[in-house]
Design a protein around this ligand. Structure first.
Ligand SMILES: Cc1ncc(COP(=O)(O)O)c(C=O)c1O
Length: 338
């Protein structure tokens, strides 16, 4: 089966498992797990930031960041396709008591100008606008990358307006590798960054939240409250270290393959359009009258798993566990769909 449903489905390689089994561990709630400490140091340095904290999931990193950066009653600005809004179970309302102002952007991306017009004035009737969240790459936006200048301009506006700035970087390495921007650049603008080890990088579990010492100190408390204080988590951290050392550069392969798939999908008679492929995610829209469910079944019968994204949209995601021969098979399958 060629499983394109998500880049979260990868299983650890033998080398990663070896690294996990050889990890030195301790109690991470006591901050005594050498592997977790090494991962946190490594990631903080990578992004030119002071500190970092290992968490069980990207959702928890985002939710901790929102909790630390806001007060109940505040408003958070994010894109209309944002994971923090659509796919975290209403967590920002439940955990932090905040509301969201959704910006309609280009595939999940918006600009400093878009933000400027929705920052609430200091008026008792209005929620206090305290945080901007961006998602790079944008998942629901089909893996779209934010331009570096745009991210920088938003950072400057946040600083000027007293708002905090959080990056949901579940797929930040896809963006960084593709655009050639150094991680330290992101560290300069954002007050907090969440990166996921368990997506394109192929670790079984884990995300890291990055920020300055004071932010991470508060984040550590919130992580405990959310039930995310793990004990001998070094086995998982070792997988993350292995992933960062060995699986970042290869993301380019996923991007190249996704672009090839996108080009073929675009010419299929039942495909209306394909969102421009920038990284490892391809979102394509079936023409009206073509059932997404039937398409998913048709693909499944050909040993290909894809998922629907609402309406006529279908998504495929390239990742570490899609082999060369699976990619070639998929290309052949698509060619027969003409
Ligand atoms: C953009 C984005 N942010 C956050 C997450 C949440 O990550 P997790 O599944 O580890 O909670 C995901 C998961 O797919 C995602 O795509």
């Amino acid at each position: 089966m060629i499983d394109f449903r998500s880049d979260t489905i990868t299983k650890p390689t033998q080398e990663m498992l070896d690294a996990m089994m050889n990890a030195s561990v301790g109690d991470d709630v006591f901050m005594e797990d050498p592997s977790v400490n090494a991962l946190e140091d490594k990631v903080a340095k990578m992004f030119g930031q002071e500190s970092a904290i290992f968490c069980p999931s990207g959702t928890m990193c985002n939710q901790i960041a929102i909790k630390v950066h806001t007060h109940p009653g505040d408003e958070v600005i994010c894109g209309d396709l944002a994971h923090v809004y659509h796919y975290e179970g209403g967590g920002m309302a439940m955990n932090s008591g905040v509301t969201a102002k959704l910006l309609k952007g280009d595939r999940g991306r918006f600009t400093a100008n878009d933000i400027q017009s929705v920052i609430n004035p200091d008026d008792v009737h209005k929620p206090h606008t305290s945080l901007v969240c961006v998602e790079d790459t944008s998942n629901k936006g089909g893996g779209a990358i934010w331009s570096h200048n745009n991210l920088k301009a938003i950072g400057e506006l946040c600083q000027k307006s007293g708002m905090k700035y959080h990056l949901d970087g579940a797929r930040a390495f896809n963006a960084l590798i593709e655009s050639g921007v150094a991680p330290e650049e992101y560290g300069k603008y954002f007050d907090s960054i969440s990166i996921c080890l368990s997506k394109g990088l192929g670790a079984p579990v884990g995300s890291v939240l990055i920020g300055d010492v004071s932010f991470i100190h508060q984040a550590r408390r919130v992580r405990k409250v959310f039930g995310g204080g793990m004990r001998q988590a070094g086995f998982l951290a070792a997988a993350g270290i292995y992933a960062l050392d060995n699986h970042v550069d290869r993301l380019k392969i996923d991007h190249q393959r996704a672009k090839q798939a996108g080009a073929l999908l675009e010419s299929l008679p039942y495909v209306e359009r394909v969102l421009g492929v920038e990284t490892n995610i391809v979102i394509y829209y079936l023409k009206e009258g073509h059932s997404v469910q039937a398409h998913i079944e048709n693909m499944k019968n050909k040993n290909v798993l894809v998922i629907g994204m609402g309406g006529q949209a279908v998504r495929i995601v390239y990742h570490l566990d899609v082999t060369d021969s699976q990619h070639n098979n998929y290309m052949d399958i698509l060619k027969k769909e003409f």
